[in-house]
Design a protein around this ligand. Structure first.
Ligand code: NAD
Length: 249
Protein backbone atom coordinates (compact mmCIF):
# COMPACT_ATOMS: atom_id res chain seq x y z
CA UNK A 1 0.00 0.00 0.00
CA UNK A 2 1.76 3.03 -1.37
CA UNK A 3 1.10 6.42 0.22
CA UNK A 4 3.81 8.36 -1.61
CA UNK A 5 2.64 11.88 -2.46
CA UNK A 6 -0.19 11.79 0.05
CA UNK A 7 -0.58 14.09 3.04
CA UNK A 8 -2.37 12.40 5.92
CA UNK A 9 -3.56 14.04 9.12
CA UNK A 10 -4.27 11.89 12.18
CA UNK A 11 -5.91 12.84 15.49
CA UNK A 12 -4.98 11.14 18.79
CA UNK A 13 -1.67 10.11 17.23
CA UNK A 14 0.32 10.28 20.47
CA UNK A 15 -0.32 6.67 21.48
CA UNK A 16 -2.28 3.55 20.61
CA UNK A 17 -3.68 3.01 17.14
CA UNK A 18 -3.24 6.66 16.13
CA UNK A 19 0.48 6.53 16.84
CA UNK A 20 0.91 3.17 15.10
CA UNK A 21 -0.93 4.59 12.08
CA UNK A 22 1.26 7.68 11.96
CA UNK A 23 4.40 5.53 11.90
CA UNK A 24 2.94 3.08 9.38
CA UNK A 25 1.74 5.86 7.02
CA UNK A 26 5.15 7.56 7.17
CA UNK A 27 6.85 4.23 6.43
CA UNK A 28 4.66 3.94 3.29
CA UNK A 29 5.82 7.36 2.06
CA UNK A 30 3.07 9.69 3.28
CA UNK A 31 3.69 13.15 4.68
CA UNK A 32 2.12 12.71 8.09
CA UNK A 33 0.72 15.38 10.39
CA UNK A 34 0.27 13.74 13.78
CA UNK A 35 -1.92 15.59 16.26
CA UNK A 36 -2.79 14.94 19.89
CA UNK A 37 -3.62 16.77 23.11
CA UNK A 38 -0.59 15.16 24.79
CA UNK A 39 2.56 17.07 23.81
CA UNK A 40 4.91 14.62 25.54
CA UNK A 41 3.50 11.76 23.50
CA UNK A 42 3.91 13.83 20.33
CA UNK A 43 7.51 14.63 21.24
CA UNK A 44 8.30 10.94 21.66
CA UNK A 45 6.65 10.19 18.31
CA UNK A 46 8.79 12.89 16.68
CA UNK A 47 11.86 11.35 18.34
CA UNK A 48 10.92 7.98 16.84
CA UNK A 49 10.39 9.36 13.32
CA UNK A 50 11.61 12.89 12.64
CA UNK A 51 9.86 13.02 9.24
CA UNK A 52 6.46 13.17 10.99
CA UNK A 53 5.12 16.67 11.64
CA UNK A 54 3.56 16.87 15.08
CA UNK A 55 1.02 19.41 16.21
CA UNK A 56 -0.97 19.99 19.41
CA UNK A 57 -4.70 19.60 18.81
CA UNK A 58 -7.54 19.20 21.25
CA UNK A 59 -10.28 17.83 19.00
CA UNK A 60 -12.88 19.33 21.36
CA UNK A 61 -11.66 22.85 20.52
CA UNK A 62 -13.60 24.08 17.47
CA UNK A 63 -11.41 27.15 16.95
CA UNK A 64 -8.21 25.09 17.09
CA UNK A 65 -9.61 22.77 14.41
CA UNK A 66 -10.36 25.70 12.09
CA UNK A 67 -6.88 27.18 12.69
CA UNK A 68 -5.20 23.83 12.05
CA UNK A 69 -7.12 23.32 8.79
CA UNK A 70 -6.12 26.82 7.64
CA UNK A 71 -2.46 26.25 8.56
CA UNK A 72 -2.13 22.75 7.15
CA UNK A 73 -4.03 23.29 3.89
CA UNK A 74 -5.44 20.46 1.78
CA UNK A 75 -4.84 16.86 2.86
CA UNK A 76 -5.47 13.58 1.02
CA UNK A 77 -6.27 11.53 4.09
CA UNK A 78 -7.92 12.37 7.40
CA UNK A 79 -7.95 9.77 10.16
CA UNK A 80 -10.28 10.83 12.98
CA UNK A 81 -8.97 8.51 15.66
CA UNK A 82 -9.66 10.37 18.92
CA UNK A 83 -12.19 8.77 21.23
CA UNK A 84 -12.99 8.01 24.85
CA UNK A 85 -14.50 4.96 26.59
CA UNK A 86 -17.19 5.68 29.19
CA UNK A 87 -17.51 2.74 31.56
CA UNK A 88 -21.01 2.20 32.94
CA UNK A 89 -24.63 1.31 32.33
CA UNK A 90 -27.33 3.76 31.35
CA UNK A 91 -27.95 4.43 35.06
CA UNK A 92 -24.34 5.55 35.51
CA UNK A 93 -24.36 8.09 32.68
CA UNK A 94 -24.80 11.67 33.87
CA UNK A 95 -25.83 14.34 31.39
CA UNK A 96 -22.25 15.66 31.58
CA UNK A 97 -20.81 12.19 30.84
CA UNK A 98 -23.12 11.86 27.86
CA UNK A 99 -22.27 15.32 26.53
CA UNK A 100 -18.53 14.68 26.98
CA UNK A 101 -18.64 11.36 25.11
CA UNK A 102 -20.75 12.77 22.29
CA UNK A 103 -18.48 15.81 22.00
CA UNK A 104 -15.19 13.91 21.95
CA UNK A 105 -16.31 10.83 20.02
CA UNK A 106 -18.73 12.33 17.48
CA UNK A 107 -18.90 16.13 17.33
CA UNK A 108 -15.12 16.38 17.02
CA UNK A 109 -15.30 14.23 13.88
CA UNK A 110 -18.08 16.41 12.46
CA UNK A 111 -15.93 19.50 13.01
CA UNK A 112 -12.76 17.89 11.64
CA UNK A 113 -14.49 16.61 8.51
CA UNK A 114 -16.24 19.95 7.95
CA UNK A 115 -12.98 21.86 8.28
CA UNK A 116 -10.91 19.58 6.04
CA UNK A 117 -13.49 18.52 3.43
CA UNK A 118 -13.21 21.57 1.13
CA UNK A 119 -9.45 21.05 0.80
CA UNK A 120 -9.90 17.31 0.35
CA UNK A 121 -12.41 17.89 -2.44
CA UNK A 122 -9.89 20.18 -4.16
CA UNK A 123 -7.16 17.51 -3.79
CA UNK A 124 -9.49 14.83 -5.14
CA UNK A 125 -9.99 16.88 -8.33
CA UNK A 126 -6.26 16.40 -8.97
CA UNK A 127 -5.78 12.88 -7.63
CA UNK A 128 -9.22 11.27 -8.09
CA UNK A 129 -9.68 10.29 -4.46
CA UNK A 130 -9.38 11.54 -0.90
CA UNK A 131 -10.14 9.39 2.12
CA UNK A 132 -11.70 10.10 5.50
CA UNK A 133 -11.38 7.33 8.06
CA UNK A 134 -13.42 7.57 11.25
CA UNK A 135 -12.62 5.42 14.28
CA UNK A 136 -15.73 3.51 15.37
CA UNK A 137 -15.74 0.16 17.20
CA UNK A 138 -17.36 -3.25 17.19
CA UNK A 139 -19.13 -1.79 20.25
CA UNK A 140 -21.56 0.38 18.28
CA UNK A 141 -24.64 -0.34 16.14
CA UNK A 142 -22.88 -3.67 15.40
CA UNK A 143 -22.87 -5.20 18.87
CA UNK A 144 -23.78 -4.25 22.41
CA UNK A 145 -21.44 -4.80 25.36
CA UNK A 146 -22.07 -4.45 29.10
CA UNK A 147 -21.03 -1.08 30.55
CA UNK A 148 -20.59 0.47 27.13
CA UNK A 149 -23.92 2.21 26.48
CA UNK A 150 -22.58 5.75 26.05
CA UNK A 151 -19.55 4.49 24.16
CA UNK A 152 -21.57 2.22 21.87
CA UNK A 153 -24.09 4.97 21.14
CA UNK A 154 -21.33 7.39 20.14
CA UNK A 155 -19.61 4.82 17.94
CA UNK A 156 -22.96 3.96 16.30
CA UNK A 157 -23.27 7.68 15.56
CA UNK A 158 -19.79 7.60 14.02
CA UNK A 159 -20.98 4.90 11.61
CA UNK A 160 -24.05 6.98 10.70
CA UNK A 161 -21.89 10.07 10.24
CA UNK A 162 -19.52 8.07 8.03
CA UNK A 163 -22.31 6.84 5.78
CA UNK A 164 -23.78 10.33 5.48
CA UNK A 165 -20.46 11.88 4.42
CA UNK A 166 -19.86 9.01 2.00
CA UNK A 167 -23.29 9.46 0.40
CA UNK A 168 -23.07 13.23 0.10
CA UNK A 169 -19.54 13.47 -1.33
CA UNK A 170 -19.07 10.30 -3.37
CA UNK A 171 -19.31 12.32 -6.61
CA UNK A 172 -16.57 14.67 -5.34
CA UNK A 173 -14.04 11.86 -5.07
CA UNK A 174 -14.34 11.65 -1.30
CA UNK A 175 -14.43 8.22 0.31
CA UNK A 176 -15.42 7.89 3.93
CA UNK A 177 -15.22 4.69 5.96
CA UNK A 178 -15.37 3.65 9.61
CA UNK A 179 -12.98 1.25 11.32
CA UNK A 180 -14.48 -1.09 13.91
CA UNK A 181 -11.75 -2.77 15.96
CA UNK A 182 -12.18 -5.48 18.55
CA UNK A 183 -10.29 -5.10 21.82
CA UNK A 184 -6.86 -3.66 21.12
CA UNK A 185 -3.96 -3.65 23.57
CA UNK A 186 -3.26 0.08 23.87
CA UNK A 187 -2.34 2.34 26.80
CA UNK A 188 -5.97 3.28 27.45
CA UNK A 189 -7.05 -0.37 27.48
CA UNK A 190 -4.27 -1.05 30.01
CA UNK A 191 -5.69 1.85 32.05
CA UNK A 192 -9.19 0.30 31.96
CA UNK A 193 -7.75 -3.04 33.06
CA UNK A 194 -5.76 -1.46 35.91
CA UNK A 195 -8.80 0.55 37.05
CA UNK A 196 -10.92 -2.61 37.43
CA UNK A 197 -11.48 -3.98 40.95
CA UNK A 198 -9.57 -7.15 39.92
CA UNK A 199 -7.17 -6.25 37.08
CA UNK A 200 -6.03 -9.86 36.50
CA UNK A 201 -9.61 -11.02 36.08
CA UNK A 202 -10.45 -7.96 33.97
CA UNK A 203 -7.70 -8.85 31.48
CA UNK A 204 -8.89 -12.48 31.41
CA UNK A 205 -12.44 -11.27 30.72
CA UNK A 206 -11.31 -9.06 27.83
CA UNK A 207 -9.39 -11.99 26.33
CA UNK A 208 -12.25 -14.44 26.95
CA UNK A 209 -14.57 -12.52 24.62
CA UNK A 210 -12.02 -12.75 21.79
CA UNK A 211 -12.57 -16.04 19.86
CA UNK A 212 -8.94 -15.92 18.70
CA UNK A 213 -7.90 -16.09 22.34
CA UNK A 214 -5.88 -12.89 22.47
CA UNK A 215 -6.20 -9.14 22.37
CA UNK A 216 -5.41 -7.36 19.13
CA UNK A 217 -2.12 -5.51 18.85
CA UNK A 218 -2.00 -2.16 17.11
CA UNK A 219 -0.16 -3.93 14.28
CA UNK A 220 -3.24 -6.10 13.68
CA UNK A 221 -5.09 -2.90 12.83
CA UNK A 222 -2.58 -0.89 10.79
CA UNK A 223 -2.94 -2.94 7.57
CA UNK A 224 -6.66 -2.07 7.38
CA UNK A 225 -5.93 1.57 8.26
CA UNK A 226 -3.28 1.80 5.51
CA UNK A 227 -5.64 0.12 3.07
CA UNK A 228 -8.49 2.53 3.77
CA UNK A 229 -6.25 5.60 3.54
CA UNK A 230 -4.57 4.41 0.33
CA UNK A 231 -5.88 4.21 -3.24
CA UNK A 232 -5.97 0.41 -2.91
CA UNK A 233 -9.41 0.94 -1.36
CA UNK A 234 -10.50 3.28 -4.20
CA UNK A 235 -13.83 1.41 -4.70
CA UNK A 236 -14.67 1.21 -0.97
CA UNK A 237 -16.80 3.88 0.67
CA UNK A 238 -19.51 4.20 3.31
CA UNK A 239 -18.46 0.98 5.03
CA UNK A 240 -17.96 0.01 8.66
CA UNK A 241 -15.04 -2.42 8.49
CA UNK A 242 -14.61 -4.87 11.35
CA UNK A 243 -11.17 -6.03 12.49
CA UNK A 244 -12.26 -7.85 15.63
CA UNK A 245 -10.62 -11.26 15.81
CA UNK A 246 -13.97 -12.93 15.26
CA UNK A 247 -16.01 -11.39 18.08
CA UNK A 248 -18.92 -10.65 15.75
CA UNK A 249 -18.81 -13.94 13.80
P1 NAD B 1 -5.60 5.45 23.46
O1 NAD B 1 -7.01 5.57 23.99
O2 NAD B 1 -4.64 4.69 24.29
O3 NAD B 1 -5.00 6.89 23.19
C1 NAD B 1 -5.86 7.93 22.87
C2 NAD B 1 -5.10 9.17 22.51
O4 NAD B 1 -6.09 10.20 22.37
C3 NAD B 1 -4.11 9.66 23.57
O5 NAD B 1 -2.85 9.91 22.96
C4 NAD B 1 -4.73 10.95 24.09
O6 NAD B 1 -3.79 11.91 24.46
C5 NAD B 1 -5.54 11.39 22.89
N1 NAD B 1 -6.65 12.29 23.23
C6 NAD B 1 -7.49 12.20 24.28
N2 NAD B 1 -8.33 13.23 24.29
C7 NAD B 1 -8.03 14.00 23.20
C8 NAD B 1 -8.54 15.20 22.68
N3 NAD B 1 -9.54 15.85 23.26
N4 NAD B 1 -7.98 15.70 21.53
C9 NAD B 1 -6.95 15.05 20.95
N5 NAD B 1 -6.42 13.91 21.39
C10 NAD B 1 -6.96 13.39 22.52
O7 NAD B 1 -5.66 4.87 21.98
P2 NAD B 1 -6.56 3.69 21.39
O8 NAD B 1 -6.96 2.71 22.45
O9 NAD B 1 -5.81 3.23 20.17
O10 NAD B 1 -7.91 4.40 20.95
C11 NAD B 1 -7.98 5.21 19.79
C12 NAD B 1 -9.38 5.15 19.24
O11 NAD B 1 -9.73 3.78 18.97
C13 NAD B 1 -10.47 5.70 20.13
O12 NAD B 1 -11.42 6.38 19.35
C14 NAD B 1 -11.11 4.44 20.72
O13 NAD B 1 -12.46 4.62 21.09
C15 NAD B 1 -10.99 3.50 19.54
N6 NAD B 1 -11.06 2.07 19.85
C16 NAD B 1 -10.21 1.52 20.76
C17 NAD B 1 -10.28 0.16 21.02
C18 NAD B 1 -9.35 -0.50 22.00
O14 NAD B 1 -9.63 -1.64 22.43
N7 NAD B 1 -8.23 0.11 22.37
C19 NAD B 1 -11.23 -0.64 20.37
C20 NAD B 1 -12.08 -0.03 19.44
C21 NAD B 1 -11.98 1.32 19.19
Amino acid sequence: MDLNGKTILITAAGQGMGRASALACAARGASVIATDINDEALASLKAENASIDVCHLNVCDPQAILELAANVGPVDGLFNCAGFVHNGTLLDISDDDWAFSMNLNVTSMVRMARAFLPGMIERAKETGSSSILNMASMASSIKGFPMRTAYGATKAAVIGLTKGIAADFVKDGIRCNALCPGTVDTPSLRGRIEAAPDPVQAEKDFIARQPMGRLATVDDLTPMILYLLSDDSRFVTGQALLVDGGVTI
